[in-house]
Design a protein around this ligand. Structure first.
Ligand SMILES: [Zn+2]
Length: 328
């Protein structure tokens, strides 16, 4: 029996007050769903704001520890670390230096905030003089020669005490190579979060300021995914899980909500979305001109990523969101 007397759907009943809306809400977004990226630079007492990303800093290890302690206090899901080495070379050997910025930061953060999840990004582009994500041979990135270097980098992060290893390079076979090296080294219980679906996106521009990893020539379309493809994303995810990935990432997030949804439907592992630098910078730039409210827009974007099916979202806005939730 229809309980209404007038015969039409009264959707407004569930929107009539904040209290009712809270009871009827489907997707949720709490600080624990968010992971904060940190950019680690050599030195001490350093905190340099990234020009194209207001509120995002390159910091030395001691300052990164303060940011990580704050992330822990705010109840964030974790932090993900990127490194800016002292010097770069053709191989990217700084990526696996035992005393590199990331390796030092992992140790210091795990000391200061042991309960905070520390994820390490594994790639070579921040460490190579040419800015590509692997070894370059005859003008192209050599997939198979890159694999052992990525595995070596992952091992150095494991030695430092990382909680999760996150390869972002998009070489084929790298999850298997990293998994094998970790297993042999005695870290068979250390999880891998694969950037399984990483598009060759124009939204990464500001990150290249933050991580200083713009390619000196060419682009990354030979290994990152074509923005037109979604079936291919599923092939990448399935391949990475078969190679041993425990969790998968889709990057960027908001322009690829359909991909997040498809991946969520296809596999049972935890799915991450990465709200990338360009998504953040657009909102902040529009806010600076008075055209949009960055807090409202970024929150709505993050909620959309959760609604699409991501379990966790990496976001430059993570700490600010958590602060607003704590004291709105
Ligand atoms: Zn890279």
């Amino acid at each position: 029996m229809d309980s209404s007397t007038d015969g039409f759907f009264r959707g407004r009943r569930l929107r009539r007050s904040a209290a009712v809306r809270a009871l009827a809400r489907e997707a949720d977004l709490s600080p624990a769903h968010l992971v904060l990226p940190l950019f680690i630079t050599p030195g001490k007492g350093l905190r340099r704001e990234v020009g194209s990303m207001p509120g995002v800093y390159q910091t030395s290890v001691d300052e990164a520890v303060r940011d990580a302690e704050r992330a822990a206090r705010l109840g964030l899901g974790g932090v993900i670390l990127f490194g800016l080495p002292e010097s770069k070379d053709a191989e990217g050997s700084g990526a696996w230096a035992a005393d590199g910025p990331v390796q030092q930061a992992v140790r210091a953060i795990k000391d200061a905030a042991p309960e905070l999840g520390v994820v390490t990004d594994v790639c070579l582009c921040e460490y190579t003089s040419h800015g590509q994500c692997g070894v370059v041979r005859e003008g192209t990135v050599d997939n198979d020669r890159t694999l052992p270097l990525l595995a070596r980098t992952a091992q150095s992060h494991a030695e430092a005490g990382a909680d999760v290893i996150a390869p972002s390079d998009m070489m084929d076979g790298r999850v298997g190579a990293i998994r094998g090296t970790l297993d042999e080294g005695g870290w068979s219980d250390l999880p891998v979060l694969s950037y399984a679906v990483k598009y060759a996106s124009a939204f990464y521009g500001p990150f290249r300021d933050a991580a200083d990893n713009a390619p000196t020539s060419g682009d990354r379309r030979g290994y990152q995914m074509d923005p037109a493809n979604v079936r291919e994303a599923i092939r990448e995810v399935v391949a990475d899980i078969e190679e041993g990935a425990d969790m998968v990432m889709v990057k960027p997030a908001v322009p690829y909500l359909d991909v997040i949804r498809e991946v969520r439907a296809e596999v049972d592992v935890p799915v991450f979305g990465y709200q990338v630098s360009g998504e953040y910078a657009m909102a902040m730039a529009a806010d600076a001109r008075g055209w949009l409210d960055a807090d409202a827009v970024l929150t709505e974007m993050l909620l959309s990523v959760r609604r699409a099916g991501a379990d966790r979202v990496v976001s430059y806005y993570a700490a600010r969101y958590a602060e607003r939730v704590a004291a709105p």
